[in-house]
Design a protein around this ligand. Structure first.
Ligand SMILES: [Zn+2]
Length: 114
């Protein structure tokens, strides 16, 4: 094994533009917005805000989602109709999670349980 760089495996992409003398060639780069290397879950995540381009830890906010209502309906079907079916609305791990930027309040991602 050698540590020399294999020229066939070089990941650097080169663009070669052939032009005639005196001809003007315009090459335009298209910006792409991607969220790289961040996996969002129900807890705050470290990422780069696509709006203000700062490295941030997201602020999370819980909201009632499909899983919350399904558990509530399931409990009601099994006889928990005297308020027990409302328990999922008090448990964060039953809810969806919205991720916001703490600097500019931009909504970055919605983590859904279902
Ligand atoms: Zn931001």
């Amino acid at each position: 094994m050698s540590n020399e760089k294999n020229p066939n495996l070089d990941t650097t992409r080169m663009a070669t533009v052939y032009s005639q003398p005196g001809e003007t060639v315009m090459v335009t780069a298209v910006p792409v917005h991607t969220i790289i290397g961040t996996s969002f879950s129900d807890s705050p995540a470290v990422t780069v805000c696509p709006a203000c381009h700062q490295s941030i830890t997201t602020r999370v906010q819980r909201s009632n989602g499909l899983l919350t209502w399904l558990i509530c309906g399931g409990l009601a079907i099994f006889g928990c109709i005297l308020g027990c079916c409302l328990i999922p609305f008090c448990i964060d791990s039953c809810k969806d999670t919205d991720h916001f930027c703490p600097n500019c309040n931009h909504h970055i991602y919605k983590y859904k349980r279902l």
